[in-house]
Design a protein around this ligand. Structure first.
Ligand SMILES: [Zn+2]
Length: 85
């Protein structure tokens, strides 16, 4: 299985860790992105400090990312061609 690297927040207050993660199985129309930049937002800071309840750790912080499409085998259902949005 092909793997990729990612950053996880294992628990509130714990150091972030760079880990090997399994690549996701793509659903129809989905793509994988080789992330070049990712934002850590205020919500991530609250998660780090354990201020949000009901969150199942570990989590992958940074939900606003920029990158290059790595794999996009099924482009059906889209009219945007190579757009990464
Ligand atoms: Zn956010």
């Amino acid at each position: 299985m092909t793997r990729s690297r990612g950053v996880i927040m294992p628990a509130p207050g714990a150091p972030l860790q760079v880990v090997e993660l399994p690549r996701p199985t793509l659903t129809p129309g989905a793509a994988t992105l080789r992330v070049t930049y990712s934002e850590v937002c205020g919500t991530d800071v609250h998660l780090y400090h354990g201020r949000l309840s009901g969150v199942p750790y570990p989590i992958i912080p940074g939900h606003v990312s920029v990158g290059v499409i790595d794999e996009w085998p099924d482009r059906s259902g889209t009219s945007r061609g190579g757009c990464s949005r």
